[in-house]
Design a protein around this ligand. Structure first.
Ligand code: NIG
Ligand code: FE
Length: 403
C-alpha cells in the first residue's frame, strides 16, 4: 500500500523520451511511498495500486519541485542605497571600486549576529519556497576571511533546519579582495587555498567551491590555484565566469570538470565547446542581467548548438540580483534571453539538479527520486514562463508531504 496517489493531472516528468523532451504524461498518476516516487505513468497504468491517500488534482500540471541552483541568500543588510546610485548613472564596477558593492555587504554581514542573519536569510528562503523551490543552493562569500566564510557556511546549512526544503551550501571562496589586502593578492589567495579549503572540506560544510573570475575580482591564475586545492580536497568546483568580460573562465572551469559555469554573457564558442565536452552546465542569471541593465546576452544559440545543458537561477543577492522569485527568473529567461518556456522549466528542474550534482535524486519525477513536486493550476506548462510575477505553484510537496 502506497502513502499517496496523485491522479487527474498532467505531468511534466522531465525524463526525456523520444519525441517528448519533457517526458509529458497526459492524464497521469504518481505513486508516493516513504517520501519517494515509486511509480509514475498513465492513470490507467497505475489503476491496480492502492494508497492511503488519493489526491485528485482537477487536471492541474505537476512538475518536479523547482531547484534554484545559484543564490547568495546569507547576507546582512541590503544594498537598496546602491540601487538609487546606479539609477543615477554609476556602474556596478564604479561602485565596487569606490568601496561599495560586495565590500559594503561584507561589513554589514560581519556586524550582524548569527540569529539576525538566520532570521533575515530565512525570509528570503521562504519567498523562494513560496515560489516553488524545494532545493536551493546557498553560497557563502560575504565573509572573505576563513573564519567568516566558515561561519556563513554553518548558517547556510542551519537555514534548512526544520524547513521543508533541501539546502545545498557552496563555499564561494574567492568572491572579492578585501580592501586592506589589495596589495597582497597572492598572500590573500594563499590564506583561502591553504586554510579555508581544507577546513571547509574537513568539516563537511560544502560539497563545491565557487569563485568570481572577472576584472574586478580574481584572475584565471588565482582561480586555478583554488580549483587545484578544491580537487585535492575532493570538492567539486563551479565558477562565476564571463559575466562582465571574457577571461576564458568557462574553459578553465571545464578543465576542472566544473559542475557549472554561471552568468556567461561574454562566453565565446571555445568556452561553450569546452563546457559541452566536460559536462559543465550553463547557469543563466537573468536577474543580474536585468538589474545591471546589461546589453550583452548570454549566447543561448551557442549553448544549444553544442548541447550544453542550460539552467536558470535567481542569483538572489543584495547587489546585482535582489530577485526572490523563481517564476520571475523563468519569465525573464524567456523574455530577456529567448529561452523557450520548456527550456526555462528544464532550467529550474532537471538541469538545475545536474548543476548541483544531484540529478540521481531530484530534478525529475521518476521512480526512486524524492517526491518533491509542484502542482500548478494552469492550462499549459508554457504559463510558467509566461506570467510576469506568478506567485508560485498552488501546492508544493516536499518528500511526499504537503509543504
Ligand atoms: O553573482 N558576480 C559576483 N557575485 C554576485 C554579486 C554579489 C554582489 O554584488 O553582492 C553575483 O552577481
Ligand atoms: Fe552569483
Amino acid at each position: 500500500m502506497w502513502d499517496r496517489l496523485l491522479v487527474d493531472c498532467q505531468i511534466a516528468t522531465m525524463e526525456e523520451r523520444p519525441g517528448n523532451p519533457l517526458g509529458i504524461i497526459e492524464n497521469g498518476a504518481i505513486g508516493i511511498a516513504d517520501g519517494k516516487v515509486v511509480r509514475v505513468g498513465k492513470r490507467t497504468e497505475l489503476a491496480g495500486y492502492r494508497a492511503r491517500q488519493v489526491d485528485a488534482l482537477g487536471g492541474a500540471w505537476v512538475t518536479p519541485g523547482l531547484i534554484d541552483c545559484h543564490t547568495h541568500l546569507v547576507f546582512g543588510g541590503t544594498r537598496a542605497d546602491e540601487h538609487a546610485i546606479r539609477r543615477a548613472g554609476a556602474s556596478y564596477e564604479e561602485i565596487a571600486n569606490a568601496g561599495g558593492g560586495i565590500a559594503s555587504t561584507v561589513s554589514r554581514t560581519a556586524a550582524a549576529s548569527d540569529e539576525e542573519l538566520l532570521e533575515h536569510s530565512r525570509r528570503r528562503l521562504h519567498a523562494l519556497m513560496r515560489g516553488g523551490c524545494t532545493t536551493i543552493e546557498v553560497k557563502s562569500g560575504y565573509g572573505l576571511d576563513p573564519a567568516s566564510e566558515l561561519r556563513l557556511l554553518r548558517i547556510a546549512s542551519q537555514l534548512g533546519d526544520g524547513e521543508p526544503v533541501r539546502i545545498v551550501p557552496t563555499l564561494l571562496a574567492l568572491h572579492s579582495i578585501p580592501a586592506e589586502q589589495r596589495d597582497r593578492r597572492a598572500h590573500y589567495v594563499s590564506e583561502i587555498v591553504d586554510k579555508l579549503i581544507p577546513a571547509a572540506a574537513e568539516q563537511g560544510l560544502a560539497t563545491s567551491v565557487d569563485a568570481f573570475c572577472d576584472t574586478i575580482a580574481f584572475t584565471p591564475d588565482e582561480v586555478e590555484r583554488l580549483f587545484k586545492a578544491a580537487a585535492h580536497h575532493g570538492l567539486r568546483v563551479r565558477l562565476h565566469a564571463e559575466q562582465l568580460s571574457n577571461h576564458h573562465g568557462a574553459a578553465l572551469a571545464a578543465r576542472y570538470h566544473a559542475l557549472s559555469a554561471d552568468h556567461l554573457e561574454h562566453l565565446d564558442e571555445a568556452g561553450a565547446k569546452a563546457m559541452a565536452a566536460a559536462g559543465t552546465v550553463a547557469v543563466l542569471l537573468p536577474g543580474a542581467f536585468y538589474a545591471l541593465q546589461e546589453e550583452r546576452k548570454p549566447p543561448v544559440d551557442l549553448l544549444r548548438k553544442h548541447r550544453v545543458p542550460i539552467t536558470v537561477a535567481t542569483d538572489c543577492n543584495p547587489g546585482t540580483s535582489p530577485l526572490l522569485s523563481p517564476t520571475l527568473a523563468m519569465n525573464m529567461a524567456c523574455t530577456l534571453f529567448g529561452l523557450t518556456p520548456e527550456e526555462a522549466v528544464a532550467g529550474m528542474t532537471i538541469n538545475a539538479a545536474r548543476a548541483l550534482g544531484l540529478a540521481h535524486s531530484v530534478g525529475s519525477i521518476a521512480a526512486g527520486k524524492q517526491a518533491d513536486l509542484c502542482i500548478w493550476q494552469v492550462e499549459s506548462l508554457a504559463e510558467l514562463g509566461y506570467w510576469i510575477g506568478l506567485p508560485g505553484p498552488d501546492r508544493r510537496i516536499f518528500g511526499g508531504l504537503d509543504a
